[in-house]
Write a protein that binds this ligand. Structure first.
Ligand code: HEC
Length: 144
């Protein structure tokens, strides 16, 4: 959540700054009632902040990425192929395998992540959204 807060803080302060600059030139002309109708912090003609596309959306996505790097990559590797530094030692399975992905449901995958299995440690302490995000990340790395 923090990156979003930081972004809005930065955005907010730059808007205040822009308004401050402009008001000095506006002081010379007469005040009109329409001046009041402008949305706060936005000058006429100023383009509103670009909406974020779904691909770059979200602190959630970066949280999932952080969770993967911290908790999973050491065994399962970057893409889930089981080639992390400890992958061979614990025999981490290749999660990109199409045949495996085809036979498990999202809920079953989430269940293994929550409860662990054999040498796979449990991660039930992770928030549900992050667990489901990890499932999504595994799905996104399915081999053709
Ligand atoms: C210490 C190494 C290790 C870590 C860390 C680890 N795993 Fe695993 N993982 C394994 C091993 C070993 C298995 C195979 C367990 C078994 O069935 O015997 C496994 C199995 C799985 C499976 C089930 C695969 C199947 O065949 O059903 C999923 C899904 C999975 N891991 C996801 C994750 C995710 C997501 C994380 C991070 C939150 C993670 N793992 C962290 C070692 C690890």
């Amino acid at each position: 959540m923090r990156p979003l807060v930081l972004t809005s803080l930065l955005l907010g302060s730059s808007l205040v700054f822009a308004t401050g600059c402009d008001s000095s030139s506006r002081d010379v002309r007469e005040w009109k009632p329409t001046d009041h109708d402008q949305p706060l912090g936005q000058q006429p003609g100023q383009v509103a902040a670009r909406p974020r596309s779904s691909a770059e959306q979200g602190p959630d996505q970066s949280l999932v990425e952080i969770a993967w790097q911290r908790n999973c990559a050491s065994c399962h590797g970057q893409r889930g192929k089981g080639d992390g530094p400890q992958g061979a030692m614990v025999r981490a399975p290749d999660l990109t395998r199409s045949d495996w992905q085809g036979q498990v449901t999202d809920e079953q995958v989430a269940e293994v992540i929550r409860k662990g299995r054999n040498r796979m440690p449990p991660f039930g302490n992770l928030p549900d959204q992050v667990i489901m995000g990890l499932v999504g990340r595994i799905r996104a790395n399915r081999s053709p």
